[in-house]
Design a protein around this ligand. Sequence first.
Ligand code: A2P
Length: 394
Amino acid sequence: MPIVTRNGFSTAGPIDAVSLEAPEAAEAETVLVSSEADVERLLARNSPVSLVQIPFRNSHDGVGYSLARLLRNRGYTGRIRARGDIISDQFRYALACGFDEVEISEALAARQPEEHWLGDIAPARSYRDKIQKPAIEAPASVFAETVTRVTHYTDRLFSFRITRPASFRFRAGEFVMIGLPDAGRPVYRAYSIASPAWDEEIEFFSIKVPDGALSSKLAHIRVGDSIWMKKKPTGTLVLDALRPGKRLWMFSTGTGFAPFASLIRDPETYEKFDKVIVTHTCRQVAELKYGFDCVAGVREDPLIGEFAGDKLVHYPSTTREESRTMGRITTLIETGQLFSDLGVPALSSVTDRVMICGSSEMLADVKALCERFGLAEGSNSKPADFVIEKAFVG
Ligand code: A2P
């Protein structure tokens, strides 16, 4: 069977893994672990195990990742192999959870060749290998970071990830100024951080404005390129700027989803609210994909998925292409469709807190609606019922 490791493809003969429940498992060097109980039994064994195999029933199966993490957290140092439905997109995550290798079928190896599997992880290795003095010296006020991944969603939208400086701290929902290396006067723009505070990289979700001073250039960045990021994050779309409440609404259009991508991946959001409802309105269905992927990521993550549980509600809509829910968020609020679709009462200053991120017209319109419902605008220094991000350009 083809085996994928950090170094690429290899072939291994079939190994008879013994389930830990089987009597002969006490002596076996290769065992199959499929539940937390098995992990405990494995750790309690006297004789060492050299290879643990963890089965994946389907590509949405998150249990295997938790088991690998648990084994590593509990000090298991042998090899861990994933078997079953894992695809190349998940390889990076599997490695991060403690897997050493993945056993795949011949059919999958043919469909997803070696470069699919290594494409995602190779940059992470090579940028460290070739850390070199950047061609242009970065000013003292900025971090010079390296692009580790770029994903294009449509001809207008893309996301990218960069390395994270060890000293860089931020609160979920904040933004930073980013720019490209320039010996002259670099152009900086405010970008909401889309990744959660616990992530080892920083993620951004960006629009491509053909004549935009920065975004037109950013749209061409590639893995390995350098990005300048100012050292001080800031912003008002933070949990600290809201009074305690029951429901948290996050209204976004287009790339305004970015700060919420960070907040919905932050356990604190779920500690503070019983319901977390993130709405995302775009012109076309394809523009909603980043949001769908983020929410799916939350649900699949063994840790955040547990916090989010059924608290997280995703409410996408489109305005210029047929989809399940059509209409601007303002219309959906005004007609009451939003509330009836979700089976919750309309906004109230007693229970509801709101964050808004989108174009300046959208901000103004949603803000007016919030005020009509009796909600008051808050800030870092004066927490209240709703907050908007004025620095956002999207
Ligand atoms: P519409 O298609 O009716 O303009 P954009 O891509 O222009 O940034 O817009 C993103 C989404 O935000 C679109 O679905 C757009 O709807 C919607 N939108 C634009 N302006 C407003 C507004 N003032 N209030 C609510 N939604 C808006």
